[in-house]
Design a protein around this ligand. Structure first.
Ligand SMILES: Cc1cc2nc3c(=O)[nH]c(=O)nc-3n(C[C@H](O)[C@H](O)[C@H](O)COP(=O)(O)OP(=O)(O)OC[C@H]3O[C@@H](n4cnc5c(N)ncnc54)[C@H](O)[C@@H]3O)c2cc1C
Length: 368
C-alpha cells in the first residue's frame, strides 16, 4: 500500500468496526489513532452471538458486505498472528410459508451474484442437518455453508495487534467530548487532538458522537438479550438456524443451545413477555428440548440504525461506519476497507444505500 505520509485518521470507538478501520487505514499508510472511552471490544462487540455468516435473507446488500468479509477473517491469523477461532457450522433458514419459499428462492440468484453460497433444501434435509428441529409444518429451508462460530475477543485482538504493528496508537479510557469539524479538532478527556479524517465508529452511541460534529446519524442503542438452555450431554454441531416466520434463532454453545428472538419487544417492562415468547417459540420448534431450563445468557446493547441498514460514508472529513444493527461482526472487514478507500479517495462502489442522506424508513424493520 502507498505511504500516506502524515495524513491522520482518528477513529472514535474501539469495537470491531473501529478496529477494522484502524487496521486497514494503518496498512494503507495513514497515521492512525483510536480513541476508546472504555476497553477495546468491551461494548457491543463483546456481546454478540459469536456468529459470522454471509447470507442475510431478504437483504442482498447486507449479504454483499458480509460475503466480502469472510475471507479476511479466514486470513486474520496471517496478518495478525491471532486466529479468530472460526469453526464452520453453516446457516439454515427454516421456512413455513409458501410465499416466503417463493420469495427467498427468487432472490437466490441475486444473493449468489454478491458472493453468497446458498441453495434450497427440503424439510427432510433440514431435519437431517438440524436433528433437534421439529420439521412439522416446515416447507423448505435455505442452506448456506458460509457461517462460522468465532471468537470476537480473538478478532478484536487480531485487528488491534495488526493495527498496532502498522503504527496505530490507542488511547483507551478516553472519551471524545467535542468535535470541531472545520478545524479538524477532536476534544477528548485527555485533551484535544488534530486530524485530517474523523471516523465515527462508536457503535450504538454513534448518533451522539455525530451530533458533536453537528451531523445527524440515526443510530441508537437498544437493549438486547440472548437466552441459553441447560446443557444437553450431546455436542452435535447444528447449523445456526433461523426460523423465518418467528425470527427465532438457535445455535449450539458448547453443550447448551443459545437462543435469540427478534420481532417481540424485549426492552424494559416488556422483558418478561419476551422471555415467555422465547420459551413458547423454542418449545414449538424444538419440542424435544422443551423441558430444559432456560435463562438469560447475556444482555447487550444493539446498534440499531434506521431501517436496520448500517451507515457507511463520508461528509467531508467526517466518515462514519455505524449502526450495523446486529451484523457488525459479519460486516466489519468490508466496512473497514470501504472507510480506508474513502480516506484514500479511491474508487468505491455505490454507497447510496448506506448513506446518511438516504430516505428515512418509518416503523419497525424485520431483522434477518
Ligand atoms: C446480543 C447481541 C448479539 C449479537 N450477535 C451478533 C452476531 O452473532 N454476529 C454479528 O455480526 N453481530 C452481532 N451483533 C451485533 C454486533 O455486536 C455489532 O453490530 C457490532 O459489535 C458493532 O460493532 P461496533 O464496533 O460498531 O460497536 P461497539 O463494539 O459498541 O464499539 C463502539 C465503541 O465506541 C466506544 N464509544 C462510544 N462513544 C464514545 C465516545 N464518545 N468516545 C470514545 N469512545 C466511544 C464504545 O465504548 C465502544 O467500545 C450482536 C449484538 C448484540 C447486542
Amino acid at each position: 500500500m502507498s505511504d500516506q505520509g502524515s495524513r491522520r485518521v482518528l477513529v472514535i470507538g474501539g469495537g470491531v468496526i473501529g478496529l477494522s478501520v484502524a487496521f486497514h487505514c494503518a496498512e494503507a499508510g495513514f497515521d492512525v489513532t483510536v480513541v476508546e472511552r472504555g476497553e477495546l471490544g468491551a461494548a457491543t462487540t463483546g456481546q454478540t452471538a459469536r456468529v459470522v455468516r454471509a447470507y442475510f435473507p431478504g437483504r442482498v446488500e447486507d449479504s454483499r458486505l458480509a460475503a466480502a468479509s469472510l475471507d479476511e477473517y479466514l486470513r486474520l491469523d496471517v496478518v495478525s498472528g491471532v486466529a479468530p477461532d472460526l469453526a464452520a457450522t453453516g446457516f439454515m433458514v427454516a421456512v413455513t410459508k409458501e410465499a416466503d419459499v417463493d420469495r427467498l428462492e427468487q432472490e437466490l440468484d441475486a444473493q449468489r451474484a454478491v458472493g453468497v453460497v446458498a441453495n434450497i433444501i427440503t424439510a427432510a434435509e433440514a431435519g437431517r442437518r438440524n436433528p433437534w428441529l421439529d420439521t412439522n409444518g416446515l416447507l423448505a429451508a435455505i442452506w448456506s455453508p458460509q457461517a462460522f462460530s468465532c471468537s470476537p475477543e480473538a478478532i478484536v485482538k487480531g485487528y488491534a495487534t495488526a493495527a498496532r504493528q502498522r503504527g496505530a496508537r490507542f488511547l483507551l479510557r478516553t472519551a471524545v467530548t467535542g468535535i470541531d469539524l472545520p478545524a479538524g479538532r477532536v476534544d477528548t478527556t485527555a485533551g484535544p487532538l488534530h486530524t485530517d479524517f474523523i471516523v465515527c465508529a462508536a457503535g450504538p452511541w454513534s448518533g451522539d458522537v455525530a451530533n458533536l460534529a453537528g451531523i445527524g446519524l440515526p443510530v441508537a442503542p437498544r437493549e438486547s438479550e440472548l437466552m441459553i438452555t441447560d446443557p444437553v450431554p450431546d455436542r452435535t454441531v447444528i447449523p445456526f438456524t433461523l426460523h423465518l416466520e418467528s425470527a427465532l434463532r438457535v445455535r449450539r454453545l458448547q453443550e447448551s443451545f443459545l437462543i435469540g428472538l427478534e420481532g417481540v419487544p424485549k426492552q424494559g417492562s416488556d422483558r418478561p413477555k419476551w422471555h415467555r415468547a422465547v420459551a413458547t417459540e423454542f418449545a414449538a420448534r424444538y419440542p424435544r428440548l422443551a423441558g430444559l431450563g432456560l435463562r438469560t445468557a447475556w444482555t447487550g446493547t444493539l446498534d440499531v440504525a434506521n431501517g436496520r441498514t448500517a451507515y457507511i460514508g463520508a461528509e467531508g472529513r467526517f466518515l462514519y461506519a455505524a449502526g450495523f444493527s446486529g451484523r457488525g461482526l459479519c460486516q466489519a472487514p468490508a466496512a473497514g476497507r470501504i472507510v480506508r478507500d474513502l480516506c484514500l479517495g479511491a474508487e468505491i462502489p455505490d454507497l447510496s444505500r448506506f448513506s446518511i442522506n438516504r430516505p428515512l424508513v418509518s416503523g419497525a424493520t424485520p431483522n434477518a
